[in-house]
Design a protein around this ligand. Structure first.
Ligand SMILES: [Zn+2]
Length: 496
């Protein structure tokens, strides 16, 4: 059939070669798209690049462009993000846009039992990294393509706060929309007395909730609900606390969900609800109330991220009482089975190695693991090995930025527990990534590292960082694979 690629004078990435849609596709080792086809009118229609005769057909060589990435997703169906439903899944966020090859290898290495989400980024991190939703999507598309990944992917538009966020990510082809109503959660309700709770409840947006205070009381007050091993009892304080704390958030999620479904039309999309970035834990009664109220308002969702007890800080293991967390996860997992089933979503999920076996077992596979910044730390590990001076400079700068940059993250590192950059012997630089405080300092300062300009106005670190990672793709992919196999392995083979 096809004139084939073997006779070409192009160096191809062997793993990327694939026959599909009446053509053969591959990436060249210098990062261009090469396509041969005997029916170029059809195969090349969406592509851009230079074409020439090749055997009985044609050859196209084109740039790694947005247009060609979109064409790949149209022509090679497995690159097109789609809803994953309740399959055990992992989101592998990638702030730099170069991590997908390593992520693919990790998913492969654990045997493919986990549904992967390669394109995933929150609006906050897109702003910090200066990337558009389309760029996030395209980087993941090229990363899957170069590795020859045909196992499919979801795409998570994470922590969306406005309908404009939804529109931007929908246009870029995302399939999972994580709605974050955190700004509408009133954590102060946790410590409020009954008169205060009554006042707060009276002030709820009852029209948006399609509800009234009397009706609410009738549905819950004095009743007890059995959910597996749990008995959820709503006395007045419990009910009004749940409503005061999460009522506005429920209304916001319903609004966002309706907007999404309307804009998506016939396109399949799915929804996650995340309240993980709030100050106080989500109690089982509150989870019950939120789920029951969202259902009453006609919202359906595939995963929910409660705020668990203890601390899920960025890039480090769980901080808190594992026994208490185990009880907490057991309750939330039971509620997720009862109202869904839907998945429990573990946000800030990277490096929580002590939590994975517990979550996998108790959620019975109904779990989504979400990670992002830890791939940046593996990039820094690669830098530390290849260019210690650059790593030292980034670390020194990160220490300067930390007090400012930590504000929007859940971290507890203290600068006085991190050694000054000049004091660290070169051979010890990589070990900074194994230490709690330096690790968090490096983690939350990535946006500043990427944005910082030198005196001449050019990026101070960004270009060197990207040049190094692009020049050492195998080293970076190996670090990522090793790191993520540890994340994914505990979730493999756990059946619902
Ligand atoms: Zn989150």
């Amino acid at each position: 059939m096809s004139s084939g690629m073997s006779a070409l004078n192009l160096a191809l990435v062997e793993a990327s070669r694939v026959q599909a849609a009446g053509a053969e596709w591959a990436l060249t080792t210098d990062g261009r798209l090469a396509v041969t086809s005997d029916r170029p009118e059809a195969a090349f229609a969406d592509l851009e690049g230079a074409t020439e005769a090749h055997g009985r057909g044609s050859l196209l060589v084109g740039p790694r462009s947005a247009r060609n990435a979109a064409a790949l997703r149209r022509q090679l169906g497995w690159l097109r993000p789609r809803p994953l439903g309740t399959r055990t899944s992992a989101g592998l966020g990638d702030r730099l846009g170069l991590a997908t090859p390593g992520h693919v290898r990790a998913v492969r290495a654990v045997g493919g039992g986990i549904a992967a989400i390669f394109p995933q980024q929150s609006i906050r991190e897109m702003t910090r990294t200066g990337r558009t939703p389309t760029e996030v999507m395209d980087d993941a598309t090229w990363g899957q393509f170069v590795e020859g990944w045909k196992g499919g992917t979801g795409a998570d538009a994470d922590h969306l706060k406005t309908t404009a966020d939804i529109d931007a990510c929908l246009a870029a082809g995302f399939s999972l929309f994580t709605i974050d109503p955190g700004e509408h959660v009133d954590s102060a309700a946790d410590g409020a007395d009954l008169p205060t709770l009554r006042a707060r409840a009276a002030a709820l947006p009852w029209a948006d909730l399609e509800d009234g205070e009397e009706a609410l009381r009738q549905r819950y007050l004095g009743r007890s609900f059995a959910v597996e091993h749990l008995r959820i009892v709503f006395d007045e304080a419990t009910l009004l606390r749940a409503a005061a704390k999460y009522g506005r958030a429920v209304a916001h999620v319903a609004r966002m969900s309706r907007h999404l479904l309307k804009q998506a039309g016939s396109r399949p999309v799915e929804l996650e609800v995340s309240v993980d970035e709030t100050e106080t834990p989500t109690s089982p009664a509150e989870h019950y109330w939120v789920a029951a109220e969202l259902k009453r308002l006609g919202v359906s969702w595939v995963s929910l991220a409660p705020r668990f007890v203890g601390r899920f800080e960025k890039g480090v293991d769980y901080i808190g009482d594992l026994g208490a967390l185990e009880q907490d996860i057991a309750a939330h997992a039971a509620l997720a089975r009862h109202f869904g089933p839907y998945k429990l979503s573990l946000h800030s999920g990277s490096d929580k190695f002590s939590v994975y076996p517990i979550a996998a077992r108790l959620a019975r596979g109904l779990v989504h693991l979400k990670t992002a910044g830890t791939s940046y730390l593996e990039a820094l590990r690669t830098v530390a090995a290849v260019d210690p001076a650059l790593f030292r400079a980034i670390y020194a700068f990160a220490r300067e930025r930390y007090e400012t940059d930590k504000a929007s993250y859940h971290v507890s590192a203290q600068l006085d527990r991190t050694p000054p950059a000049a004091d660290v012997p070169q051979t010890d630089l990589p070990s900074l990534l194994e230490q709690f405080d330096p690790r968090e300092v490096l983690h939350v300062t990535f946006g500043s590292v990427l944005k910082e300009a030198a005196a001449d106005g050019r990026p101070r670190f960004k270009d060197d960082l990207f040049r190094l990672l692009r020049g050492n793709p195998e080293a970076y992919a190996r670090n990522l694979e090793r790191h993520f196999v540890r994340h994914l392995q505990p979730f493999v083979g756990v059946k619902a």
